[in-house]
Write a protein that binds this ligand. Sequence first.
Ligand SMILES: [Zn+2]
Length: 247
Amino acid sequence: MSHEHVRGFVLREVALGEADRLIEILTTQKGLVTALARGSRRVRSPLLAATQIFALSDFTLFNYKGRTTIDSAELVEPFLRLREDLDRLVCAAHLAEVFHDLVRDDLSDDRMYVLWAYSCHAISSQPDPLLVTHVAQLKALAVSGFTPQISYCQSCKSTQIIEGWFDFQSQGLVCPKDYRPIQGQAVLRLSAPALACLRHILQSPVERLFAFNVSDPVQKEIRVFSEQYLTVIMEKKYQRLSLLQDL
Ligand SMILES: [Zn+2]
């Protein structure tokens, strides 16, 4: 039996029974924590707002026999805009699923927590939440050890590549001189500005991650790259963002 205090973002909530919620909290020190919030769906529950999806809250957890329940919780920031605007909601829900799949329970470093905090804020406030979401997911994959190799040509090893082709099978870049089309091969041409933008995403600190401007065609290259790279790395097709294309 023990009590502990954690600050974290609610990445997922599942309704249980008549009025309970099972929530997953992205924390600074403990990765993902799964906890039961008893009665938290009741209108008068003190846990109602603090355990809602995307909320940032301070939790007092009670651990007993391997189960964690929430004793009390204090709302820090509700991120209301994420729930009020459908586009932003879909983007945040998609990114939460990606983070949920990438963050391990026992993760002790806080880079994913910090990235989520900045991403949540950017999805809430920036004019193009879909682009923000793709930038954040590429950074999340990189932080989790899945950095796409776009610094040199995997054929001639030259590091002087300003444009090229990304091969999703070998997960590497090929320069225009060495590129030979093979039928059925999953490749994507990356223009010079798209490649420069991808390098910015992978290299920049999170504080400057979303601070760039590129043209619409380049944004599209980033979105297509991000979507295909995620599918290849996670071996899973994420469905939520396709809702936005159908709206
Ligand atoms: Zn080459």
